[in-house]
Ligand binder design. Sequence first.
Ligand SMILES: [Zn+2]
Length: 259
Amino acid sequence: MTAVGPGSKAKGVIWLLAALLTGGAVALGLPFFARQIPWSMEQRLAAWQGGLPDITASDVTRNKETAALLDRVIRRVYPLYPADREFPVKISVIRGKTVNAFAYLGGEIYVYEGLLQQTESAEELAGILAHEIEHVRRRHIIQTLCVRLLTTGAIRFIFTGQGTVDPQLAGMLLHMRFSREQEGEADEGGLKRLADANIDPAGLQGFFRRAGQRPTMPTILSDHPANAARAELMAKYRPAATVPIMDPVEWAVVKKACR
Ligand SMILES: [Zn+2]
């Protein structure tokens, strides 16, 4: 029988405290270290995941005409700055009714058909893409992954003594939640990008306002800044002049290609 005296209990508390302090210090410095991870390594990590589950390319990207129209939207917001070439992004429209778009490891950005169907103009999509591109460019995905892996790993180690990696890694990445600070950064960077690309940001604001009025809250709204905060940023990053991306008839062709 093992003797459990007050001495070993105090030792346990000290050990737990030390672990928490170390964990906290590492977590605070982690975003910095995560940013130093080479882009090539992040791309390899994305490939190692073996792709994402339930990702089927939409007819929007399969059809030549709609793919060209989609490309026109993308080219307005990316590449825009010289630094954009450091972290190349690839944007794909995928099947599914979810009103969402998300950035994945290695610069992969996915937009659900459900989101396209909720848009009323190419400007609205451009605004959402600009936001997701900023998550990629600021290395938010790898940062969040590192913090999540470390914190879940540390908690498991403290309580079970086992240092295994989460088997639900792919699922965790798919449902990644960024911090409020990261969302704020992506929102500000995205609106600045729209202004620099001479795109009217009113479309994006309209999208979020309409989405907020729906009976069920779309996924994209659950982790994005409030309309008031965005309105303030829109006033700060007002484009000098706006140039339409395409006419409404062309945008209707893109939406029609969704199932
Ligand atoms: Zn976001």
